[in-house]
Design a protein around this ligand. Structure first.
Ligand code: 6LW
Length: 513
């Protein structure tokens, strides 16, 4: 398969990709953290064009994201970490007509101290990945993250995990894939090559070897892929003498922080790898961690060589956005969304307001949006003045988590347009307020490029008015999540009608910031 793909293959918030081939079609899953529905599934028949077909966690009864809160604070080395809980690093595998996803729900404690989190390991399965009907989670015990599955030739099923703690190390166990029971105590199999944040394990069986692929260095500037192999799944594992297998660390390439990958073969036997990277422009990586694809040369009995990731000017060319379809898989809510608050029909969305603020760490504010997919674009929406109550605020947000967001809203009580820019990880806060009377409706607009953001509004038929301009560096942190652009309504239960909500519209020359 001589694919000429365009990186990133999944633009926007799409970390920790895992991929498998089912009946000639590739299916890819990403981490989704605090977003509901969780575990987005993308499909491609050629590795070139990709479509978001659904989400594996798509019923509130499957699991709770109410403790998918975000830790902001310093690590031992003094760097600031922004770690959101929820759904981390899934692995997708297909075996005997069943597709499995194994994953961790990271449940933060109420103290918001790092280390106070609990990890709930689970897997789900389906016999028809296109149908979107996934099982309820089957939970199994292990204190860590990043589970992976290997279906061995002899019928045994192995699970690999990263045990977190002061050290991050790789464990292996045998699992009963129907009940989730561990058949063998999890056993330490590798501590890593660099031995710092050894995580994201996957084992592949090839030419009688068990090859163990890991991420190391942490998911930011020292991120890398490393490899070890053994004739026996339990080890001992011999580290590849040319490690790291792949890293962008120490280079000036546009695609940085590369690591946490998954290897796979196409129908022609060609090897490929999907991995995390960020597009880094002058210290800004506005989309967060995205999914990149590159080819791999893996000779018999030898070690793989990963081709350098290319990221050309034709960005996002083959990713199909789903636009306004109210049934599209791409709509996202925060944590345990109360879905009866949302009504979508054609280009109208009615939100039932709630008193939960966008700063809430565990409750679900009335918010619905889409992942930002383009580096440059415009997001717009028009909000109608509610008929009966005025104690409601409604607007447009660029949201990463409860500590880091930019909002422009209308307060129907004080009759003010309010902009708030908050990043608690950078101790940043900016507010702009204008008194504005309106007759019928107010429209909001965000113009964004890789380096700049501009927030504007217009009332009724008046001209657009700019309220705030910011540098996108404000939202680049050592974080796990990416940007979602959405609409919200905060108030005492009154319904607010939005229309013509659009994200990632291509900017005209005049509106470019
Ligand atoms: C994930 C870990 C990682 O569990 O970041 O980049 C963590 N790798 O393997 C959160 O996505």
């Amino acid at each position: 398969m001589a694919a000429v793909h365009h990186n990133p293959i999944i633009p926007g918030f799409s970390p920790d990709a895992s991929i498998c081939l089912v009946n000639g079609t590739f299916y890819l899953v990403n981490s989704s953290f605090h977003l509901y529905p969780g575990l987005p599934i993308y499909m491609s028949s050629d590795l070139i064009s990709w479509k978001h077909i659904g989400n594996a966690i798509n019923r509130p009864s499957q699991l709770s994201l109410s403790r998918a809160t975000t830790f902001v604070g310093p690590l031992d080395d003094g760097t600031e970490l922004v770690a959101t809980g929820g759904l981390y690093a899934p692995t997708i595998r297909h075996h005997n007509g069943i597709t499995y996803i194994i994953c961790t729900n990271v449940i933060h404690g109420t103290s918001n101290v790092l280390g106070d989190e609990r990890s709930e390991q689970f897997f789900i399965h389906t016999t028809d990945i296109r149908s979107g009907s996934w099982s309820d989670p089957i939970i199994f015990e292990f204190p860590g993250i990043d589970p992976s599955l290997l279906f061995d030739d002899d019928g045994r099923v192995y699970v690999q995990l990263c045990k977190t703690g002061p050290e991050f190390e790789i464990y292996n166990s045998e699992i009963d894939i129907t009940s989730g029971a561990m058949i063998v105590e999890p056993t330490l199999i590798w501590t890593g090559w660099k031995k710092g944040y050894t995580e994201g394990p996957h084992i592949y069986k090839k030419d009688g070897w068990y090859y163990l692929l890991c991420a190391e260095g942490g998911t930011f500037e020292y991120h890398m892929l490393s490899m070890a192999r053994s004739r026996n799944i339990w080890g001992p594992y011999e580290s590849y003498e040319m490690n790291p297998l792949y890293t962008a660390s120490g280079t000036t390439q546009y695609v940085q922080n590369t690591g946490h990958g998954d290897l796979f073969q196409d129908l022609d036997g060609q090897w490929w790898v999907v991995m995390i990277g960020v597009r880094m422009k002058e210290g800004r990586s506005i989309m967060g961690r995205e999914t990149f694809l590159t080819s791999v040369d893996w000779p018999c009995n030898g070690w793989p060589t990963i081709k350098p990731i290319t990221c050309d000017g034709n960005l996002e060319a083959n990713f199909k956005p789903e636009g306004q379809d109210p049934l599209a898989a791409s709509w996202v809510y925060l944590r345990d969304a109360k879905l009866d608050r949302y009504h979508m029909q054609n280009n109208r969305i009615t939100l039932k307001s709630d008193l939960v603020e966008i700063t809430s760490a565990d409750e679900s504010t009335t918010f619905v949006g889409q992942r930002q997919r383009r580096l440059e674009g415009t997001a717009t929406v028009t909000v109608s003045k509610p008929q009966h109550s005025t104690s409601v605020r409604a607007g447009l947000a660029l949201y990463k988590d409860e500590h880091r967001f930019l909002t422009i809203e209308y307060d129907f009580h004080s009759q003010q347009v309010i902009f708030n820019g908050i990043n608690r990880a950078k101790l940043y806060s900016l507010s702009e307020i204008e008194n504005v009377e309106l007759q019928d409706f107010v429209s909001f607009k965000i113009n964004y490029t890789e380096t700049s953001l501009q927030f504007s509004f217009r009332v009724d038929e008046a001209a657009w008015h700019d309220l705030a301009a910011l540098d996108t560096a404000l939202l680049t942190d050592h974080d796990f999540t990416g940007p979602v652009i959405g609409i919200f309504a905060i108030g005492d239960g009154i319904a607010v009608e939005f229309r013509d909500f659009e994200v990632d519209a291509v900017q005209s020359q005049e509106t470019r910031v």
